[in-house]
Write a protein that binds this ligand. Structure first.
Ligand SMILES: *Cc1c(COP(=O)(O)O)cnc(C)c1O
Length: 388
């Protein structure tokens, strides 16, 4: 893998070696069940508690406000379905955006089948939600607003603090999927003003299959998993001890490293953007560098397929993605780009570069060197390319 240039950190990140080292004892001798009262149990319980504190500290929450889940998807499902069913008597209207991750969009679609009404707010050319439209969509029946903090495809940062102010005025719970913002920009639940916030371990150099939902004290919620009294009766099931330890370590490292990481990644991302703009004509830049998380760059290359670009880059050991990872393999254009008003044909040519902690300037320069030739070759073969 050492020669591979990995630029798909929004899909997943490598597990930090310090995270792995912290987890290993809990896959070995420290196998206790945190609910057991003897030494093995106490040891596991203490470690889980310490990890929960680290996750809480990363987002400025209290440890009792952190529910550990099996990842970002479960956190989103729990937040949205949990609030919807807890507040069912109060109203049945939910507001979200057209650019959410499928974990949110499909939870909302499912709720529509259960008798809830959902409004999907549009975005501008930078991929940022239309606040006026959101304001006007609120009704007396609105019980939840769920809008992501940063978009996984374009990186666009959404005005969550403003949305929370609106929610507070109208007595509406606000959830944000912060899976892509945590560890990349400051995420502080007090500043954001949200009632609920989702995060995921494997997007912040932690293990896969573990994440967390912040639930502000006093927020009414229904549980999805009924069982033991784990997670303050909000999610039954014996804790994923190694996963939680890994998530805690990843959170601790994120707090230490994210500022420096962000500065470096921003400068490399901008270097990549300029290098591509100078050498590849007829592209649409879907990421506004001033309004996005620092590591992400999405572009659309006219007259070629994103999948073809991906395969050619892969052949040279460069790993990126096209559209959203969850729909790759399908040829549907990205719902995020379509919501931004990008024409369908152009949306088919999307490529997302997402940089990470170990990305180097030499790697970025190698991409700038190879990318234009790949596009020239693909365009030369494409029947879509206009005759010059
Ligand atoms: C990756 C991702 C998720 C899903 O998280 P998992 O831990 O993979 O389930 C949810 N939302 C966003 C924005 C993501 O990028």
């Amino acid at each position: 893998m050492s020669n591979i240039i990995y630029l798909d950190h929004n899909a997943t990140t490598p597990v930090d070696s310090e995270v792995r080292d912290a987890m290993l004892p809990f896959l070995g001798d420290n196998f206790g069940n945190p609910s057991s009262i003897y030494a093995h149990g106490r040891e596991a319980r203490q470690a889980v508690g310490a990890a929960r504190e680290k996750v809480a500290k990363l987002i400025n929450a209290q440890p009792e406000e952190i529910i550990v889940t099996s990842g970002g998807t479960e956190a989103d499902n729990l937040a949205i379905k949990g609030v919807a069913f807890a507040l069912r008597e109060k109203g049945n209207h939910i507001i979200t955006s057209a650019i959410e991750h499928h974990a949110v969009l499909k939870s909302c679609k499912w709720l529509e089948k259960q008798g809830f009404a959902v409004s999907y707010i549009g975005v501008d050319r930078d991929g940022i939600i239309n606040i006026e439209e959101l304001r006007q969509t609120i009704t007396d029946k609105t019980i939840l607003i769920t809008v992501m903090h940063a978009n996984n495809e374009t990186g666009a940062i959404q005005p969550i603090a403003e949305i929370s102010r609106i929610g507070k005025e109208r007595g509406i719970a606000v959830h944000t999927d912060a899976v892509q913002s945590v560890g990349k920009i400051p995420v502080n639940v007090a500043d954001l003003g949200v009632n609920l916030l989702s995060l995921s371990g494997h997007k912040i150099y932690g293990p896969k299959g573990v994440g967390a939902l912040f639930i502000k004290k006093g927020t009414r919620m229904m549980s999805l998993f009924h069982g033991g009294s784990h997670e303050w009766n909000r999610r039954g099931g014996t804790e994923n001890v190694p996963g939680i330890i890994g998530l805690g370590k990843a959170a601790e490292l994120a707090l230490m490293k994210s500022h420096a990481d962000a500065e470096r990644e921003r400068s490399l991302r901008n270097r990549l953007l300029n290098g591509i703009k100078e050498n590849v004509p007829d592209i649409i830049v879907a990421t506004n560098p001033e309004k996005s998380i620092p590591n992400t760059l999405m572009i659309c290359v006219k007259w070629v397929e994103g999948e073809a670009i991906l395969l050619h880059l892969d052949a040279l050991g460069i790993e990126v993605s096209s559209g959203s990872a969850c729909t790759s393999g399908s040829l549907d254009p990205s719902h995020v780009l379509l919501a931004m008003g990008v024409p369908v044909e152009t949306a088919h040519g999307s490529v997302r570069f997402s940089l990470g902690r170990t990305t180097t300037a030499a790697e970025i320069d190698r991409v700038i060197e190879t990318f234009p030739a790949i596009i020239r070759n693909l365009r030369a073969m494409s029947p879509e390319t206009p005759v010059q």
